[in-house]
Write a protein that binds this ligand. Sequence first.
Ligand SMILES: [Ca+2]
Ligand SMILES: [Ca+2]
Length: 108
Amino acid sequence: MRASLAALLLWLPIAVLAQGTASALFQAMDSNGDGRIDEAEYVAYMSQRFYLMDRNHDGVLEQDELPGGRGRPITLKEWQDNLRREFHKLDRHHRGYLDERELMQPPQ
Ligand SMILES: [Ca+2]
Ligand SMILES: [Ca+2]
């Protein structure tokens, strides 16, 4: 169950990267334009993926809404809790925000 969620999250940055360059992504995520990605900006941006995948808009990704049609259902809260964990993993310098290099580092 854990593994499938991790696989799903790993798949995310690739999907996002396919939409443009790293700095375009950074600018899209940096909604207040201060050159830093804070936790709220990261979570808000990455949650868009959830809303796109949640085709029946019930706030849960059921099996048939997950990539490959497999895995345990994921609620929006679980999704965002995971994003917060991801954010803190990416925030290597523990400054409470991400710069472009931190955002683009490969998953560990
Ligand atoms: Ca910002
Ligand atoms: Ca759903």
